[in-house]
Design a protein around this ligand. Structure first.
Ligand code: NAD
Length: 386
């Protein structure tokens, strides 16, 4: 019996839609059958690159005409919720960019409509499916570091709250992939050196919802005797190589950065001195991945896991439920930083904790801020009197 080919449609054809399209198009079990964007030039560029002539400015029409199995929703975060609700109403599966939504109430509704319509949700945290993170997971599962005890993850140096929604979402998803779910959170959130106040609740750049905190340090308690820390600190410059994760265990430690993974046989309670050596781990990739192709290895692996999940009737490694739990952790970090107390998960109150906090202080809506990050940051520095 020949293997089923999954039909994939792309909703949003700029950077991330292009990355998703390249990954699905390169996969032998997928075919990109339709593209949708509001801007004709985006459709033309991606359509010409992939040789896809079915081009739409209305996703409903695209779904009706092309009958995709999966729709990749690759738009700004503020559009994730309405587009996911609209697309899932058609009974298809989605691959939605991270973060899943701006808040928990929205994310809950997305998962509810998916369940009602029989659609699956995968949240595009491709780091977790990438070859280096799979090598980390395999090393933990094989007992290479004994019992994992502590995880330390950091961001890229963006303004903390923005970094948390943008990059922290990936890191938290990586962390729960290795250590399991989070039961409670405490956090310190500072803006201009003082604990955040309700006035410091502001809309994030890039449509990522409400945030607070220029420098955020979060402490996470995972299932199974593991704790961790997540740093989202604004640094003098944004540096992608700073985005990394260390896992400390009773018999060794692991280090991950998007480009690779390493092991060191020094237990977590022993300082690693100058004699200590990191050994590279082999990335774990699908056999048929061709590195000479246009797809990035992590995006390709993400597509590959969707193929296997649908074949096997299981959830994607980065399922909607995992994406929702990531959002619970992000919202708990904001709430713990604002209220300066421990937050237990899952939260009963699903409203955005920062809007609730700001409203309780009697403050109205904060002023609008620019969408592009650099202009946004200039506006925030002005607010802080810099
Ligand atoms: N996974 C990652 O590594 C990663 C990296 C960067 C950004 N992201 C996420 O990707 C998303 C942004 O992706 P981007 O930078 O490609 O977005 P973008 O905003 O640059 O482009 C989105 C495209 O979608 C189109 N679009 C918007 N609404 C539409 C609609 N209703 N119908 C049809 N087309 C529509 C726009 O015209 C645009 O071309 C964000 O959620 C961000 O967090 C993920």
């Amino acid at each position: 019996m020949s293997e089923r080919i999954y039909r994939v449609a792309i909703l949003g054809c700029r950077g991330r839609g292009t990355a998703a399209a390249r990954a699905y198009q390169q996969h032998p079990r997928c075919q990109v059958v339709g593209l949708c964007d509001l801007l004709p030039e985006r459709l033309e560029q991606l359509g010409d690159e992939l040789g896809v002539s079915a081009r739409y400015d209305d996703y409903g029409k695209m779904i009706e005409q092309e009958a995709p199995d999966i729709v990749a929703i690759s738009t700004g975060t503020e559009f994730h919720y309405p587009l996911a609700m609209g697309v899932l109403a058609h009974g298809v599966h989605i691959d939605i960019e991270k973060p899943l939504c701006q808040g928990l109430d929205e994310a809950d509704q997305v998962l509810a409509i998916a369940a009602a319509q029989g659609g699956r949700v995968a949240v595009h945290h491709q780091g977790r499916t990438g070859g280096a993170m799979r090598a980390m997971k395999a090393a933990v599962d094989a007992g290479k570091i004994g019992e994992p005890r502590f995880l330390l993850g950091s961001g890229k140096g963006y303004y903390g709250g923005y970094g948390l929604m943008n990059i922290g979402t990936h890191m938290v998803n990586n962390m729960i992939g290795l250590a399991g779910h989070v039961r409670s959170v405490t956090a310190t959130a500072l803006t201009a050196g003082h604990p955040v106040t309700p006035e410091d609740v502001i809309p994030a750049a890039s449509g990522m919802g409400w945030i607070a905190g220029e420098h955020i340090t979060a402490n996470l308690t995972f299932d199974g005797n593991v704790t961790g820390a997540l740093l989202q600190h604004r640094m003098p410059r944004v540096d992608s190589t700073a985005y990394c994760l260390e896992v400390l265990g009773t018999e060794g430690r692991l280090f991950w950065r998007g480009t690779g993974a390493w092991h060191m046989g020094v237990p977590h309670d022993v300082p690693a001195d100058e004699e200590a050596v990191w050994h590279g781990l082999d990335s774990i990739m699908p056999e048929h991945f061709d590195p000479a192709g246009a797809a990035s290895e992590a995006d390709y692996s993400f597509a590959d896991d969707y193929v296997h999940a649908l074949d096997e009737g299981r959830q994607h490694l980065c399922s909607g439920a995992e994406g929702l739990h990531v959002m619970e952790i992000l919202m708990a970090i904001f709430e713990a930083g604002a209220r300066r107390r421990q937050i237990d998960l899952p939260q009963v109150d699903r409203r955005h904790p920062l809007t609730v906090w700001r409203a309780e202080a009697g403050l109205g809506e904060p002023v609008e801020m620019p969408r592009p990050y650099s202009e946004w940051l200039d506006t925030e520095d002005l607010r802080l009197g810099r």
